[in-house]
Design a binder for this molecule. Sequence first.
Ligand SMILES: Cc1cc2nc3c(=O)[nH]c(=O)nc-3n(C[C@H](O)[C@H](O)[C@H](O)COP(=O)(O)OP(=O)(O)OC[C@H]3O[C@@H](n4cnc5c(N)ncnc54)[C@H](O)[C@@H]3O)c2cc1C
Length: 378
Amino acid sequence: MPSRIAIVGGGPGGLTLARILHQNGVSVTVLERESSFIYRPQGGSLDIHGDSGQIALAKAGLTAEFQRIARYQDQEGRLYDKQGTLRFLEQSTEGDRPEVDRGHLRQMLLDSLPDGIVRWNQHVMGVAPQQDGTCDVLFADGSRKRYDLVVGADGTWSKVRPALSAAQPEYSGIAFVEMGIHDIDRRHPAIAELVGHGLTFALGDGMGLLMHRDANAHIGFYAAFNGPVDVYAGKSDAEIRNALLEKFANWGSNLTSLIAQSDDVVAVRGIYWLPPGHRRKHVPGVTLIGDAAHVMSPFGGDGANFALQDAGELAEVLMRDDWRERLPEFEEAMAARCEGPAAMANAAILKAFAPDGFEHSFATMQQLMPTGTVFPAK
Ligand SMILES: Cc1cc2nc3c(=O)[nH]c(=O)nc-3n(C[C@H](O)[C@H](O)[C@H](O)COP(=O)(O)OP(=O)(O)OC[C@H]3O[C@@H](n4cnc5c(N)ncnc54)[C@H](O)[C@@H]3O)c2cc1C
């Protein structure tokens, strides 16, 4: 096994890899650009799938810890039309895709690692693979450090990826403005009722409100639409809120009340993807996992799950004596596994945000959740 491993990026993928390696006695360092866990809000809920993400967490020995933060009760599905009429409801919570707050997942992974493995404030600018199969990490302060293997787990805008591929993430044309409301049951019971316990969509006019209940009586939601990602650059929260209320002016007031009552604008997130099935050349001493390798649309709910699964599968390779020979095989298997789901997730979001996106999503939800209830338009 490699004796000096650097993982660039302490997101779900990088931390899961670090945990599995550490558990198995492999020495590893995570280089994270942020200055601490509380550097930024962590974002909304993720559903962690029984057949991918949860398997990796089991490899990490974290099943019991995961069960403590998993919210099986938040697996409902709802679809509203733009007038605010509920048209589809699936209330079953028997699936194996429980929700978890991103912050809880990251905290759980960080807590599972001894101090010193994650090094904060490490801004990586690139990597330089060496002739002998090792790889240098290049830092923003001008320093460099050599490792036997560098794993790029540094997300969509990976600084490790350019050593392997010239591909750049493409903008889908769809922007998500992430917002949140705290203490929902006490302060806004009608909104709590509207969102319910799971993933709730409202679609129409090529726009959408995508809502989810988080832990601790928090509602996170995205106001999403076709447009440039920098549409609200430099604007205050209040200005963004007003601009969105104007954009959604002919939507039902029960839906737009989320925008009006939102406590904060967390971020504007563009939806980007790498071409599905994108292959990189194999370069000894460096590899990628998670969004760095295969960022895709969130409409399959697979991104974080695949990042965890990649981590579990890569860790198994790195615990073998012939890890160098096995890496190309791992890389090909990961690319092949993600190609189909990425293509589907990318197509799904484009269809949902087309002018007839509601009709498309209405039909899809009925197919995916055959026990759900369909309601007539008002
Ligand atoms: C709007 C939206 C909704 C989503 N919803 C879902 C969902 O419901 N389910 C799901 O499975 N997925 C979802 N995803 C996708 C999911 O967020 C990602 O797939 C997942 O976070 C990828 O994990 P990762 O560890 O590969 O990268 P990231 O989570 O992006 O983590 C990368 C880490 O690397 C660090 N980093 C970046 N650059 C550097 C650098 N130069 N030097 C050092 N450190 C660096 C970052 O600070 C970060 O901590 C969604 C994505 C979006 C945009």
